[in-house]
Design a protein around this ligand. Sequence first.
Ligand SMILES: Nc1ncnc2c1ncn2[C@@H]1O[C@H](COP(=O)(O)OP(=O)(O)O)[C@@H](O)[C@H]1O
Ligand SMILES: O=P(O)(O)OC[C@H]1O[C@](O)(COP(=O)(O)O)[C@@H](O)[C@@H]1O
Ligand SMILES: [Mg+2]
Length: 327
Amino acid sequence: MEHTIKRIGLLTSGGDSPGMNAAIRAVVRACKYYNVESIGIRQGYEGLIQNDVIVLGARSVRHIINQGGTILKTARSEEFRTAVGRKKAYQNIQQNQIDALIVIGGDGSFTGAKIFAEEFGIPFIGVPGTIDNDIFGTDFTIGYDTALNTVVEAIDKLRDTATSHDRLFFVEVMGRDAGFIALHSGIASGAQEILIPEKKDSIEELIASLEQSDKTGKKSSIVVIAEGEKLGNIYQLAAQVKELKPQYDIRVTVLGHIQRGGSPSCQDRVLASRLGIAAVEALLEGKTNLMAGLRSNKVVYTPIEEAIKKHNEIDQDLIKTAQILAI
Ligand SMILES: Nc1ncnc2c1ncn2[C@@H]1O[C@H](COP(=O)(O)OP(=O)(O)O)[C@@H](O)[C@H]1O
Ligand SMILES: O=P(O)(O)OC[C@H]1O[C@](O)(COP(=O)(O)O)[C@@H](O)[C@@H]1O
Ligand SMILES: [Mg+2]
């Protein structure tokens, strides 16, 4: 079948996430399947500005489905935020005869693509790749499941040492503005308290919960705190608790970028594979300005404005689940 789109450019942008490689592989192989060329752009929008591109064939993406990170590399490009930078990027789009773009990244990357499309009319489809799971229009983002498993494994290890020393551990997990990782990993690892930006927290409630657990004979506890928690950062919160409850032997662990690495889980590989193909198919059907996502295990397309602006709500049932289990 002949398409008006003959060459698709793809890039990964923003924070990397496990499964981005599986998405790259899916895009490249779907392109081959539908008889269009695929060209990889390195380092996100930065590579588009610097013309750092590579033609990709089905075999150039072999043995990457199991690898974390992104073979195309990623970046947070300040220059792409400027009209001058985007003009340079467009010149390279023309030079490389790229007819459409697939952007694998988060809300920031989609915002950049939207502005670029408005300025230069280049069709694009977004694929949600971020561990934060903070993108509207999909039940899961690529990398979230792997990150959750990494966090749970890490907290299980902290639990061993917390129990041995009768300590109180404060664990910070990623989620710049979202508590999905914290809530789910907290439930899975048996946290006493989970502090997330979507819920109003207070030191008084935290202390009350710890006191309650003392009364039931608990000698050690885990408190999971999302990076974006509004009450304060983990060090401030630990210091405040220590001041009010000096008897607690508190330790602070910030899991940091360890959460972003590692071989993607089966779920992330399948998700990335489906969404990569869906992105190519959408472009070939003449669709643009959409994000491919998964809702109730079906591929759906969401207008990019909605994907950027709307937010998946935290499930109140899960907050209650965590509270019941911490009794
Ligand atoms: N308003 C914007 N205009 C142009 N480019 C943008 C804009 N917002 C984000 N971008 C581009 O997208 C990149 C990735 O965004 P960022 O927010 O860092 O990560 P993510 O896509 O994971 O949310 C930015 O570094 C920038 O190059
Ligand atoms: O790697 P960096 O640039 O320090 O950014 C850290 C941020 O990236 C994330 O890991 C993922 O966020 P994005 O997908 O928006 O890039 C956040 O959880 C974290 O706040
Ligand atoms: Mg983001």
